[in-house]
Design a protein around this ligand. Sequence first.
Ligand code: F0G
Length: 466
Amino acid sequence: MEFPFEPYRIKVVERIRWVSREERVRLLHDAGYNIFKIPSDAVYVDLLTDSGTCAMSDLQWGALMTGDEAYACSTSFLVFRDTIRSLFGYKHVIPAHQGRAAEGLLFTATVNEGDVVPNNIHFDTTRANVEFRGAIALDCIGEEGLDPYLDAPFKGDLDLAKLEKAFAKYGPDRIPFVMLTVTNNSGGGQPVSMANIKAVSAFARARGKRLIFDACRFAENAWFIQQREPGYRGRTIESIAQEMFSHGDGCTMSAKKDGLANIGGFLCLNDDEWAQAVTNLLILREGFPTYGGLAGRDLAAIAQGLHEVLDQDYLDYRIGQVARLGRRLDELGVPFIHPTGGHAVYLDAKAALPHIPPSQFPAQVFTAALYLEGGVRAVEIGSLMFEHTDPDTGELVHPANELVRLAVPRRVYTHTQLDYVADRCAEVVRLGSRLRGLEILWQPPQLRHFTVRLQPVGGGAMVVEA
Ligand code: F0G
């Protein structure tokens, strides 16, 4: 359908302030060309992330009011735990304040220096959390997932040959578990097939290893399985999600995505010893095991969100809206990864700005220019985020693609607003060779893209006069 129909009415609205181009020039300069530092009230359409930015439903707002704030064993926790148990199927449900807290707890309890954690592609905080343990975060994405224009249904699939190679190279003792990120955010929001989930699970279990999902966008992944994988058309999203998780032994989860909440996360585990070790850390860092750094009302809103995210109408609309944005960009000649992902469109800055080398951050240039030309905030997923030193050769490695992610918040923007975004992206493509590369003025030792300061190469304006 050209206009995926919103399966809801708007009950509360939030005003958007228009910002002049002169003000945007100044703000961008003051922010060191880092869009994380732009004040959000100076952003017209904010596609920085789909995380924690969703509009909650009337029932979720209602759940906030009835949240139980008891320190121990609150009713809200019991509802939260039981909702998650029935959907995810794991024995231990450990709340945490967001996804990376769940990752930090799991990795601290189970990953040691010199270990290797394979994944299809680690998200940036996941990679950083693994590396913080002195371990190697190994991406084993399939070849299809590395080809930006290949129209394949499951480009998030993990390559079993690469996984086998990792086991041969590092030895099973150094691999505490295998991870699968569903959908694969850093690889274009592409889904992982049930066939691949089963194969990775069988591979890991045959070697006595556990499979842990990074489950942030599990419902969107289940929708893709339903739509694209033979045999799943008649199945509910809930039953597909349950089947996905049945092949694993636990998950980390950011409820800020498919939990339809503004904050929250959790860790699920089947293993009693791991759960005990994690719980000890939880009490030290996050809070008592029945709230884990969250308020009771947050737990209540997440439990309600986990029901709503399984709604077929919601997911048809949600992923349909992202696909529609992709069609507009196609019509306007803006290059992006095909097919569109579940939560985002990933623009191909290498193709759009071929005159800017990876060392001058073409995707960051596109991101900055998109703010300048439209007050639209996107995020770079390219050399600024992922450039790293190869642990074996010591050489500087640039990622295969230089991407600009337009992440669509859930239930927030209209088709009109996204049409405007497509139009502004086309304007940046039109500017093309008039845009200059960026160079780093200052950077922190880790996760630099959040706080880095940049300037156009050699100083001066970003857009060269025509
Ligand atoms: N895993 C994946 C695949 C993610 O996309 C994220 C967050 C996390 C883990 C961490 O979760 O933010 O709750 O700590 N992704 C956001 C994004 C930030 O913009 O893609 P968190």
